[in-house]
Design a protein around this ligand. Structure first.
Ligand SMILES: Nc1ncnc2c1ncn2[C@@H]1O[C@H](COP(=O)(O)OP(=O)(O)OP(=O)(O)O)[C@@H](O)[C@H]1O
Ligand SMILES: [Mg+2]
Length: 457
C-alpha cells in the first residue's frame, strides 16, 4: 500500500485520536490502581490499629496515679516480627514519654481525639515506618500506645498491583495504537487507491473516475472532479477543433498562393522581380508549413476529435515512404542522409508518426551544416520499437533540451526562420503514443540524437 504523505489524513487522524486514547487508558489505569491499592492499605492500617487498641488495654495506673504498662513476655515476642515486616510498639505515659516497648518510637506531634486511631508515617532510626497511635485513659488523664511496622509488605503490594494493572493497560494501549494505525490505514485505503489512480493518469486522460468505487463520503468530490475534467475536456476539444479548422482553412489558400507564385516565377525573367518573388515564395512556404504544423499539433493533442484510429504498423515501412522526398532535399543541402531501417512494429496513427519523423528530419537537415551526416534509424531495442534521428550538427546543450521541446521556443542563435513548433509536435505525438522521447548527445564529437522509444505493438 502506498505510504500516506507526511501531512496525510492517516497521520492527522492518528495524531488526534492517539493522545485521547492514551489519556483514557492512563485514567483507567490510575482508577484501577487507586481502587485496588487504597482499600488494601486501609486494611493493613486497621490491622496495625487493632494491635495498638489491644495493647492500649494493657495500660493502667498504679497506686500513685502513674501510668503503668504490663505485657506478658510471650505476647511481646509475638508482636516482634512476621515473615516480611518488622513490628514495634511503645507505651506512653500521661506526659507521652515512652515507658515500655521500643523507646525510640515517638508520639505523633499532631493532635487527635481519643477513641480514634491516628495513622502517620515516620522513621525509626533510618527506617521508614507506618505507625498508628491510640489514646486511652490513665486515671483522669490520657496516655497511649503507638504501633509501627516497616513498609515491605505495602511496597510489594504496590508493586504487584502496579504490574497487574499497568502491564495489561500498557499492552492494551500498544495494541489499541496498532489497531488504530492499521484501522485508519485500511479505512483510508479507498482514498489512497483513488489518489493513486488519479496520479497514474497521464495529463491526456480526462475520462471520468468511477464514482461507485469511491467511499460514500468522497463520492461528491469525485463527481465534482469528474465534472471539472469533463469541462476541461470540452474546453480542450473546442480549442483544438478551432485550431484544426483554422489550420485546415489556411492550408488551401496558402497552397494556392504558393503555386501561383511558382507560376509567376516561371513567367518572370527580370532578375529583380524574380528575387522579390522568390522572397514571397519563401514566406508562403513557411506559412504553409506553419499551417501544417498547427494542424499536426491539433491532431496530436489529447482527445483530438480529428484523431485517426491507431493501427498496427511498422516504422520501417513508414520511413521508407520518406526516402524519395527527403533524399533530394538532403542532396540539395549537401548532407549525407542515410536510412538504416529494421522492422519496428508499433500501434500508432500513421499520419502523426510520419509527422514526427518529418519534424526530426527537418531539424537535422536544417541545423546540420553542409557536408554533414544525418541518419534515420529504426528497429527494436530491449522490447521497445525505437526510432532515432542522428546528426553531426551543433547539437543542443543538455541544459536547453527540456526547453527546446516547448512550443514556440527557438534556441538563441538558431539560424533560419522556424516557429519553434517542430520538437513540441514530436514530443506531443510521442506522448500520445506512450513513447519516451529523449534528446541525447550523438555518439560523434558533436551532434544531436533524437531517440523515441515506443512500447512494442
Ligand atoms: N538537430 C538539431 N540540432 C541542433 N539544434 C536543434 C536541432 N533540432 C532542434 N534544435 C534546436 O531546438 C530548437 C527547437 O526546435 P523546433 O524544431 O521545436 O523549432 P524550430 O526548428 O526552431 O522551428 P520549426 O521546427 O517550428 O520550424 C531549434 O530552434 C534549435 O535551436
Ligand atoms: Mg524544427
Amino acid at each position: 500500500m502506498p505510504i500516506l504523505p507526511r501531512r496525510g489524513l492517516r497521520r492527522r487522524l492518528a495524531l488526534i485520536l492517539a493522545p485521547s486514547l492514551l489519556a483514557l487508558l492512563l485514567m483507567s489505569a490510575a482508577a484501577q490502581y487507586l481502587l485496588t491499592v487504597r482499600p488494601m492499605q486501609r486494611e493493613m492500617d486497621h490491622r496495625l490499629a487493632d494491635v495498638a487498641i489491644a495493647l492500649a488495654e494493657r495500660l493502667g495506673v498504679d497506686g500513685a496515679g502513674r501510668a503503668v504498662f504490663s505485657l506478658p513476655e510471650a505476647a511481646a515476642e509475638l508482636l516482634g516480627a512476621d515473615a516480611t515486616d518488622s513490628n514495634w510498639y511503645a507505651a506512653f505515659d500521661e506526659r507521652f514519654v515512652p515507658i515500655a516497648g521500643e523507646t525510640a518510637l515517638r508520639w505523633p506531634t499532631a493532635a487527635f481525639a481519643r477513641g480514634r486511631p491516628h495513622f502517620f508515617d515516620t522513621t525509626l532510626g533510618a527506617t521508614r515506618v507506618r505507625a498508628v497511635a491510640v489514646k486511652t485513659r490513665c486515671g483522669d488523664r490520657e496516655c497511649g500506645v503507638v504501633t509501627a511496622s516497616t513498609l515491605h509488605k505495602r511496597a510489594s503490594l504496590i508493586r504487584a498491583v502496579l504490574i497487574s494493572t499497568l502491564l495489561p493497560v500498557a499492552l492494551a494501549g500498544l495494541l489499541a495504537l496498532a489497531l488504530l494505525w492499521f484501522g485508519l490505514g485500511s479505512g483510508l485505503r479507498p482514498l489512497v487507491r483513488l489518489s493513486a489512480e488519479v496520479e497514474r493518469r497521464s495529463s491526456r486522460d480526462l475520462s471520468p473516475i468511477r464514482v461507485e468505487d469511491a467511499p460514500g463520503e468522497v463520492q461528491p468530490l469525485v463527481a465534482a472532479v469528474n465534472r471539472l475534467m469533463a469541462q476541461l475536456g470540452e474546453a480542450g476539444s473546442a480549442q483544438q477543433k478551432f485550431l484544426s479548422t483554422a489550420a485546415h482553412q489556411l492550408r488551401t489558400p496558402l497552397a494556392g498562393l504558393q503555386s501561383r507564385i511558382e507560376l509567376a516565377l516561371l513567367e518572370t525573367h527580370e532578375p529583380e522581380g524574380r528575387a522579390r518573388l522568390a522572397d514571397i515564395h519563401e514566406s508562403a512556404v513557411r506559412a504553409a508549413r506553419l499551417a501544417v504544423q498547427l494542424l499536426s499539433l491539433a491532431r496530436a493533442e489529447p482527445g483530438a476529435s480529428t484523431a485517426d484510429p491507431r493501427v498496427p504498423l511498422d516504422l520501417a515501412r513508414l520511413a521508407t515512404e520518406l526516402v524519395d522526398e527527403w533524399v533530394p532535399r538532403a542532396i540539395a543541402r549537401r548532407i549525407d542522409l542515410g536510412f538504416e531501417l529494421e522492422s519496428a512494429p508499433v500501434l500508432g496513427q500513421p499520419l502523426l508518426l510520419r509527422e514526427l519523423m518529418v519534424n526530426l528530419l527537418h531539424n537535422a537537415l536544417e541545423y546540420t551544416p553542409p557536408g554533414g551526416r544525418v541518419t534515420l534509424r529504426c528497429g527494436r531495442e530491449g522490447g521497445c520499437s525505437v526510432l532515432a534521428v542522428e546528426d553531426n550538427g551543433p547539437g543542443i546543450a543538455p541544459a536547453l533540451r527540456e526547453k527546446a521541446l516547448q512550443r514556440f521556443v527557438r534556441l538563441p542563435g538558431t539560424p533560419g526562420a522556424g516557429s519553434g513548433l517542430g520538437l513540441a509536435i514530436v514530443s506531443e505525438i510521442a506522448e500520445g503514443h506512450q513513447a519516451v522521447l529523449q534528446l541525447r548527445e550523438a555518439p560523434g564529437p558533436h551532434g544531436l540524437l533524437a531517440h523515441v522509444a515506443f512500447p512494442a505493438a
